[in-house]
Design a protein around this ligand. Structure first.
Ligand SMILES: *[C@@H]1O[C@H](CO)[C@@H](O)[C@H](O)[C@H]1NC(C)=O
Ligand SMILES: *[C@@H]1O[C@H](CO)[C@@H](O)[C@H](O)[C@H]1NC(C)=O
Ligand SMILES: *[C@@H]1O[C@H](CO)[C@@H](O)[C@H](O)[C@H]1NC(C)=O
Ligand SMILES: *[C@@H]1O[C@H](CO)[C@@H](O)[C@H](O)[C@H]1NC(C)=O
Ligand SMILES: *[C@@H]1O[C@H](CO)[C@@H](O)[C@H](O)[C@H]1NC(C)=O
Ligand SMILES: *[C@@H]1O[C@H](CO)[C@@H](O)[C@H](O)[C@H]1NC(C)=O
Length: 316
């Protein structure tokens, strides 16, 4: 019994270097944050320290633009916040607030906190956030999304027909590019299969489930958040796909395939026939020429007949 009480006490005496500080969880490390151009954004980093010996000495903030190196742009020492980017302000106790984000503000931000640990040694803790600045919201032809069913497409890999459900019609995907998220009748959320001429397409292979298919601007797309809250583009659009319609649509596709296959066979057959006819015609015109020649030169015919007889004689 005694040993169990003593052990934690020993640990406390001899292992005090265990980190006691912790980040409060409002902004995870390596988080992605997005802002709209001219909008405000905050990186609410904050740290909880333990005891009076663990203290924050100073804080540095670095910025790394895409493809560039780190640049120190702000520091906090002795209760003073200093920065060369005047749109940034300090949010205690290690966070930043950016007012009026611009495209060139996009990149990685690091916070590096230097601390005294309880043994009076320096430690440092760091976190990073990636900021995306969206400068153009997506736009569609009539300020709304529409889901439409188009001709089935044959999948070259599976050799099967797939239903093509389109969502659009976009005139601008926004910047950074937005995407849509699909919800199938079973409630499964799926990404688009591909993009085609202003629409996002969901390819559905057989057996196709009947029911409502809906599309909505993907919540992960930063530019989608720059739409006014009242924009009809924020709403999901849906299409009810009837089981029978689907079967009919796939059947039609297969029929179209058969018809075109049939047509190809027919075309091949006629090509061959035409070639043979041409050959026969040319052979016949050759014969005709010979006949004409002998009719107009009867002597030649007799000569040829004699010659043939002469050569054939030994065999008679
Ligand atoms: C951004 O922050 C400033 C200062 O706090 C405020 O005046 C302004 O209204 C904010 N802008 C937006 C779009 O929230
Ligand atoms: C920028 O600084 C951070 C924090 O010190 C570091 O982790 C990162 O590797 C640096 N990046 C480059 C490209 O130097
Ligand atoms: C959809 O795309 C997003 C972003 O590219 C990705 O993170 C996610 O894993 C994808 N989801 C599925 C179900 O493939
Ligand atoms: C794309 O859509 C537009 C408008 O609907 C149409 O005029 C154009 O022909 C289409 N282009 C292709 C390659 O399908
Ligand atoms: C599909 O959506 C319509 C319109 O919202 C709704 O009336 C209908 O019940 C839905 N059908 C299914 C099978 O969920
Ligand atoms: C016509 O057919 C014959 C026999 O099949 C062949 O030997 C000849 O090359 C053909 N001629 C042409 C012009 O195709």
């Amino acid at each position: 019994m005694k040993c169990c009480l003593v052990l934690p006490l020993l640990l406390f005496v001899f292992c005090p270097v265990l980190q006691a500080y912790r980040w409060s969880s409002t902004l995870e490390d390596n988080a992605h944050v997005s802002a709209c151009v001219d909008g405000n954004v905050s990186f609410p980093w904050s740290m909880v320290t333990e005891g009076k010996e663990e203290k924050i000495l100073d804080i540095d903030w670095l910025f790394q633009a895409p493809g560039k190196g780190n640049v120190s742009f702000a520091t906090y020492v002795d209760g003073n916040f200093l920065t060369n980017k005047d749109r940034f302000t300090f949010i205690p106790n290690a966070g930043l607030f950016l007012q009026g984000a611009q495209s060139h503000d996009a990149g990685r931000y690091y916070v590096i906190v230097s601390l005294h640990d309880p043994k009076c040694r320096l430690t440092s803790a760091q976190r990073m956030v990636t900021l995306t600045v969206a400068d153009r919201p997506p736009a569609t032809q009539d300020d709304a999304l529409h889901v439409t069913l188009r001709d089935a497409v044959r999948d070259d890999v599976t050799k099967d027909w797939t239903l093509q459900i389109h969502c659009g019609l976009f005139v601008d995907f926004g910047h950074p590019r937005s995407d849509v998220a699909w919800t199938t009748p079973s409630g499964e959320v799926r990404n688009s299969s591909y993009q085609d001429n202003g629409t996002f397409v969901l390819s559905v292979s057989s057996p196709v489930q009947g029911g409502n298919y809906s599309c909505q601007l993907a919540p992960s797309a930063p530019a989608a958040h720059c739409l006014p809250a009242t924009s009809p583009l924020n709403a999901a659009a849906q299409l009810y796909v009837d089981d029978m319609d689907v079967r009919l649509s796939l059947l039609e596709a297969r029929q179209r395939e058969l018809i075109s296959l049939h047509q190809d066979l027919k075309d091949d057959f006629f090509k061959q026939l035409t070639a043979e006819l041409t050959n026969l015609t040319s052979q016949m015109s050759g014969l005709n020429e010979k006949m004409d020649y002998f009719l107009h030169n009867p002597k030649e015919l007799i000569k040829k007949q004699n010659k043939d007889q002469y050569f054939e004689a030994p065999y008679l």
